[in-house]
Design a protein around this ligand. Sequence first.
Ligand SMILES: CSCCC(=O)/C(O)=C/O
Ligand code: FE2
Ligand code: NI
Length: 192
Amino acid sequence: MTLLQVMPDDAPEVVLLRTRDRAQIADVLLDCSVRLRSWPVRGAVEPGTANDALIELYRAEVDELCAEEGLKVTDTVQFHPEDTPQWRTRAEQARLTFLEEHRHGEDEVRFFAQGTGCFYLHVQDRVLAVVCEAGDLLSVPAGTRHWFDMGPRPDFCAIRFFEEEDGWVGDFTSDPIARSVPRLDALLAGDR
Ligand SMILES: CSCCC(=O)/C(O)=C/O
Ligand SMILES: [Fe+2]
Ligand code: NI
C-alpha cells in the first residue's frame, strides 16, 4: 500500500505524519501541488517485457494523460531482481543515480505499473517520503527539490512522461540532505 511519511528537513528522525490512508495522502500532497492519482493495474510485468509492450498495456491512459497535459515523450524503467553479481552492480549504480537531491525544468510524472519505489519531496522545511506502489501515478511540479530511492534490491516497473526529450535531466542542488533521511528499506522497516 502507498505510504506517506512526513519529516522536518532538519530533524528527519522526527515523524510528523505517517499514513497509508490514500485520501489523506492525496490531500497532503495536493497542498504541495503534487498529484497522486490511480490507474487500474493490468497484471504482472514479466522479466523481459519490452518497453513498448509495457506502455502498450496502458495505452488508453497514457494517450489521455499525454493529450491532457502536453506530455510528448514516454520511456520506462524496469527492474526485475536477479541473483547475479552483474545485476547487483547494475542495481547499485542505478540506485545511486537518483539518490541525490535535484529538480527538473518540467513536471516529474511517473506511473508505477509494478513494484515499489520512494520519492522524497523537499517542500519548504519538510521532507515528504512517498512510497509508491503499483497503480500510483505521481505528478511532481517542475522545480520541486526531490530524490528517489529504489531500495537495495530494486523491483519495480515505471512509465515516465516528459514534455521534452531531455526532460529527465536533473539540476542537482548539492544539498546532502538525502544522506540523512531514512531510505526506502528503513521507511518500510518502520512497519515492523
Ligand atoms: C520511478 S522512475 C525512476 C526515477 C526517476 O525517473 C526520477 O526522475 C527520479 O527523480
Ligand atoms: Fe526525477
Ligand atoms: Ni528527479
